[in-house]
Design a binder for this molecule. Structure first.
Ligand code: GLC
Length: 752
């Protein structure tokens, strides 16, 4: 009798206490103890149930809360635990623009790609831009934006480089921190990804990135370390790949020792959208939440506890961290989102930011900005069908893409009617370019028309009647496949031919030719760059691409971007080309398709630290355009460079003067022994105006990683500190002395 009474009492107590317990930031442990094992497991495993999206390719997408957002956590209503929503991606909120029964659409703003943002070298601008992204995340009812992509551009053919910032860890880390702080200023979270060494798409789910420890610490972990020291992302996304033989998602060294014990990270680790793997090992290693979540993962954990394969302290650790994340979210706080972010204001922002990210590579005879120009012969499929961003989860369902053709006309220029007709109205173009142009994952298939139809006579006729020729070179790339060398990194024969023909015909008439590069990442330039008079690298600067390009061409905006990655003479010049799938490998490939030159299941990072400019400057190998390079419509002079010890580091100041005829901005780059350590951008300086820039560098940033001692070492000695306008162009040289060897343990936290 007593037993029954006791049981009834305890159930009653549970019922009463459960009724009283509603999750708050203060009672997480109490809620944790009130959760059943199954409820805890369902907090750890993504809410993959009945609401998965219809599209097979984007597993986990759910229809219930925010249609086609990437995934959700599971609610525990009885304890006041709401579901929360993760949404992609680095260039804006990726949700469906269409909803069942709705009488409106739900577009999101297409922001500039990460590589374009990095090209601004302007941390305040990136903060401002991503605050708008965070606002759209919030107002569309999402809790976490699955960004930034913080992986290093190890090789230009990586299909997702557009989602990543740079080949340099300092630029990547600082950009990531600004990005995270901007988004999170709106009360939503981020997911810094893909942790770590996810630097190719080929066989991405199984590929083993084999990286020596010094390179791993100094190059591939460093941007994540800087970002976590200078911001606090709500989540870290563990990557698909293996690292030195072990899945990153199963690496306790990576997810617990480095991330938490050394760097003090206190948010949650969410897996990339992996599907079922070794569930128990993933939780033991330090993942707290498995997206998108599968029934098997629930079974693995339930059985695992019952059979003793995993103890409750692991389950409680993960579930507690998920609860600590949930109480931060707007959905937990009951935020009444509008489903109506100010897309008009954000579009105006994207137009301005897009122009700030562009890099002027060439401007012979100051043909730009266009001055007396009235009529433009506008060539290139992409001039009429511009590329705002890359494909895959980094894409955005945006309301429109502004076209250069329309933008130039809107700014009072007329387009050569014959040429326009060939592109806009050419029947086959519309059919070929649309259907054949991109497959899933951004496979670039060269549009077969209309370049083939534009022969010399047409071009020569245009050269007589138009004032200037503009040709836009387009490329696309995306998640799920890497790029290839021929007809992708390298121009096609057709592209070469039309650039040559246009330059020949217009130069015979004494008229200039401008090439616009509307690309997600690096393409070959050395073989053709001598032909046009000007080259403007637009990248994929978001939905306002046409207007942003036109604003630079007409001089409304003075270009101030600088390259965040090297443009080599040849793709094969990169040392990492020896160990990169150069044929456009896919994320899943049957063995027989595999290229014999590449491996089936691993990539040796044999080049070590010699990635990007680190290789080209060390090897003194010529490049087409160097890291940090970018022209302006004006000129700048550097003077008064000074250095002084400050705290556990040094401070450099330098005065930048606008010595040209138009207002503009300059990016000063600080290198120590040839490696980037800091940078700063002036405000817009009027002709004759000056600004003194100050940059601080902790001694820790001079350290190399000593693998034997497992610590960072800043060697005693003299360091050559240079202030540069690009990695090869020194404007001022200083010396900095470190009197004695300085050592730092892995958990050292520098002051910014
Ligand atoms: C994808 C990507 C990741 C994205 C996630 C959700 O596979 O690797 O960047 O955020 O799944 O779509």
């Amino acid at each position: 009798m007593k037993k029954i009474a006791f049981t009834l009492l305890s159930i009653a107590a549970l019922a009463v206490s459960a009724q009283e317990i509603r999750l708050t930031p203060q009672n997480i442990d109490e809620v944790l103890s009130a959760l059943t094992l199954e409820e805890k497991v369902n907090l750890i495993v993504g809410c993959h149930d009945a609401y998965t999206s219809k599209s097979e390719t984007m597993i986990g997408h759910q229809e219930r809360i925010v249609p086609d957002a990437a995934g959700t956590t599971t609610a525990v209503e009885r304890l006041g635990v709401p579901p929360t929503v993760f949404t992609d991606g680095p260039a804006g909120v990726r949700i469906s623009e269409w909803r069942e029964g709705a009488d409106r659409n739900f577009y999101a703003t297409g922001f500039p790609i990460a590589t374009a943002l990095a090209s601004s070298w302007d941390l305040d601008l990136v903060y401002e831009t991503t605050a708008a992204m965070g606002n759209e995340t919030l107002e569309y009812g999402c809790d976490v934006l699955l960004a930034p992509g913080t992986n290093i551009h190890r090789h230009p053919l990586c299909g997702r480089n557009f989602e990543y910032f740079s080949e340099d860890p300092i630029l990547s880390g600082k950009m990531s921190a600004a990005y995270i702080n901007g988004v999170q200023s709106q009360g939503v979270g981020t997911s810094i990804k893909h942790f770590v060494a996810n630097n190719q798409e080929t066989m991405r789910f199984v590929n083993d990135s084999r990286v020596d420890m010094r390179t791993l610490r100094e190059l591939y972990l460093k941007p994540f370390e800087i970002a976590l020291r200078e911001s606090n992302p709500w989540t870290v996304m563990s990557s698909y790949d293996k690292l030195n033989g072990e899945y990153t998602q199963c690496s306790e060294w990576l997810l617990t020792k480095v991330l938490r014990e050394e760097w003090g990270y206190d948010g949650i680790v969410v897996t990339d959208w992996t599907g079922t793997r070794n569930t128990i090992a993933q939780i033991k290693a330090g993942n707290d939440h498995l997206q998108p979540g599968t029934d098997d993962q629930v079974t693995h954990l339930m059985e695992g506890v019952q059979k003793g394969w995993i103890t409750m302290d692991y389950i409680d650790r993960a579930a507690r961290r998920v609860l600590e994340y949930i109480v931060k979210t707007p959905r937990y706080k009951g935020y009444q989102y509008s489903d109506n972010p100010d897309l008009t204001a954000h579009a105006a922002l994207v137009r301005r930011v897009g122009s700030e990210c562009m890099v002027l590579l060439k401007n012979d005879g100051d043909v730009l900005p266009l001055r007396e120009t009235k009529n433009v012969a506008l060539f290139g499929v992409t001039s009429y069908d511009m590329l705002a961003g890359g494909t895959g989860s980094g894409d955005v369902h945006k309301p429109y893409i502004s076209q250069l053709s329309d933008a130039l006309e809107a700014q009072g220029l007329t387009l050569n009617a014959d040429i326009k007709w060939m592109y806009v109205n050419y029947k086959t173009y519309a059919q070929c370019a649309r259907t054949a142009r991109f497959g899933h994952g951004g496979d670039w298939q060269q549009p077969v028309l209309p370049e083939a139809a534009i022969d010399r006579t047409i071009i020569e006729r245009a050269a007589k009647s138009s004032d200037v020729a503009i040709y836009t070179l387009g490329r696309q790339a995306g998640e799920g496949s890497d790029r290839k060398v021929e007809d992708d990194f390298n121009l096609t024969a057709q592209e070469r031919q039309i650039i040559a023909d246009i330059c020949d015909a217009f130069h015979q008439q004494g008229k200039p030719v401008i090439v616009i590069m509307n690309t997600p990442s690096v393409v070959e330039t050395a073989s053709w760059k001598t032909q046009p008079d000007a080259i403007l690298l637009a990248w994929e600067p978001g939905q306002e691409v046409g207007n942003s390009v036109a604003d630079v061409l007409t001089g409304k905006v003075c270009p101030s971007g600088k390259l965040p990655c090297t443009f080599p003479n040849s793709c094969m010049d990169h040392l990492s080309s020896r160990n990169f799938p150069l044929f456009g490998g896919k994320e899943r490939m049957p063995v027989q398709e595999w290229d014999p030159r590449s491996t089936m299941e691993y990539t040796n990072y044999e080049e070590g630290l010699l990635v990007g400019y680190r290789y080209f400057t060390t090897a003194q190998k010529a490049v087409s355009y160097p890291f940090g390079y970018g022209l302006s419509y004006t000129t700048f002079a550097y003077s008064g460079a000074k250095i002084k010890k400050v705290g556990d580091g040094f401070e450099v100041s330098v005065t930048i003067k606008n010595t040209g005829k138009v207002a503009g901005k300059e990016v000063a780059q600080l290198y120590a022994n040839g490696v980037l350590k800091a940078f700063a951008k002036t405000r817009e300086l009027k002709p004759g105006e000056s600004e003194t820039l100050t940059m601080n560098v902790p001694n820790y940033f001079l350290a190399r990683y000593d693998v034997e001692r497992e610590m960072w070492v800043t060697d005693k000695g003299e360091y050559t500190i240079t202030l540069n306008s690009d990695v090869l162009t020194t404007q001022a040289t200083l010396t900095y002395k470190v009197a004695k060897e300085l050592t730092y343990t892995n958990d050292y936290n520098y002051t910014k």
